[in-house]
Design a protein around this ligand. Structure first.
Ligand code: NAP
Length: 339
């Protein structure tokens, strides 16, 4: 017997623009209508969706590389789901797809906006993390933007997070002379050293980053992969060797602050040390996708690359999961599972 298709879906809406840290009153879990798919469209039951730091920026009314979330509308973001009805060539019921309508249970949309993923090749959530945009950010940001080369000493902040943990391991695989990471708990630091093979790691909450980085990198660093900004960026600039490269990937230390950051105060060293500091947005590096998937799938298969996920169950906990990423409740990629 065919199961009836859903006629509605719960979806997280942004209802107020946060000032500083977002609060539960800024969002609401609402019921939205869902129709049968029209011609060329599919209806998908979401199994997993991604909650990411960049979504905090989309809650502000500012012009950026992605448009802000609209008030009183469902938020969006990456998701993986199962096709439950299809009126599109090439898409059958039961297919797994990746698409951009996360933060909800069901989505009906043009099949041209979905990419099929193969559950037999990798666990489905991996397509949101290590094999998806997260992994590509690490790969492109290190190998292309920072022009990493064998023998470089690399420092990465947010090192136990989704992007950072992959950056450090790719640097090791590619022959870094030393890989140093910072993270927000002793447990995460232990994980970097024991599971991901970092040469040195420190808890940035235990003391000034500048002093801890100096102790961890006695010979300086050639590449800094910045996920954090502020005090971390200042400390890294101070520790850079001449002609070093800095990838500005994220500045999570300031996403929820209402004051401009106090650091970095040492930009003059970018000049005197002839450093190159470059912002990167992963969407500019889609041309590397095939090469990235081939390399990363190989490293996963031969056990050289490890990854972790932190999974929060249930759509009703989706916003808490997002706040959790901001607070550091995750090790590796934060995923919301809809069961
Ligand atoms: P993630 O690292 O898995 O999660 C964010 C982590 O940031 C938390 O787990 C927390 O870990 C850390 N954190 C939070 N507040 C901090 C603070 N004040 N100082 C230092 N660390 C702090 O997230 P992700 O998805 O991999 O993203 C990492 C960074 O890359 C973010 O800045 C994100 O915006 C950026 N990003 C950029 C692109 C791009 O295209 N440019 C693409 C993806 C991600 P601790 O416990 O260690 O504090």
């Amino acid at each position: 017997m065919m199961t009836a298709l859903p006629t509605s879906s719960r979806a997280w809406h942004l209802i107020a623009r946060p000032e500083g840290w977002p609060s539960p009153g800024d969002v609401a879990l609402r019921e939205i209508p869902v129709g049968e798919p029209g011609q060329g469209r599919i209806l998908v039951r979401n199994l997993y969706f991604s909650v990411d730091p960049y979504m905090r920026g989309r809650m502000n009314e500012v012009k950026s590389y992605v448009p802000p979330y609209e008030l009183d509308k469902p938020m969006d973001g990456s998701a993986i789901g199962e096709v439950i009805a299809s009126a599109a060539d090439g898409f059958a019921v039961g297919d797994h797809v990746m698409h951009g309508l996360g933060w909800r249970e069901y989505a009906e949309f043009p099949a041209s906006r979905a990419v099929k993923v193969d559950a037999s090749k990798a666990p489905l959530p991996a397509y949101l993390g290590v094999l998806g945009v997260t992994g590509l950010t690490a790969y492109a940001g290190l190998l292309r933007t920072a022009s990493f080369k064998e023998g470089d000493a690399v420092f990465v902040s947010g090192a136990a997070g989704a992007v950072g943990s992959i950056v450090g391991q790719i640097a090791k695989i590619k022959g870094a002379s030393r890989v140093i990471g910072s993270a927000g708990s002793d447990e995460k630091v232990k994980h970097l050293l024991d599971e991901y093979g970092f040469d040195a790691a420190f808890n940035y909450k235990s003391g000034p980053v500048k002093e801890q980085l100096k102790a961890a990198a006695p010979d300086g660093i050639d590449v800094y992969f910045d996920n954090v900004g502020a005090e971390h960026l200042e400390a890294a600039i101070s520790r850079m060797n001449n002609f070093g490269r800095i990838t500005l990937c994220g500045m999570i230390a300031q996403y929820n602050s209402t004051e401009p950051p106090a650091a970095p105060r040492n930009l003059a060293q970018v000049l005197t040390k002839r450093l190159r500091m470059e912002g990167m947005i992963v969407m500019d590096h889609m041309d590397l996708r095939a090469e990235f998937v081939k390399d990363v799938a190989g490293w996963l298969a031969d056990g050289r690359l490890q990854y972790q996920e932190t999974t929060v169950e249930g759509i009703e906990n989706g916003f808490d999961a997002f706040l959790g990423v901001m607070r550091g409740a995750n090790t590796g990629k934060m995923i919301v599972s809809l069961g």
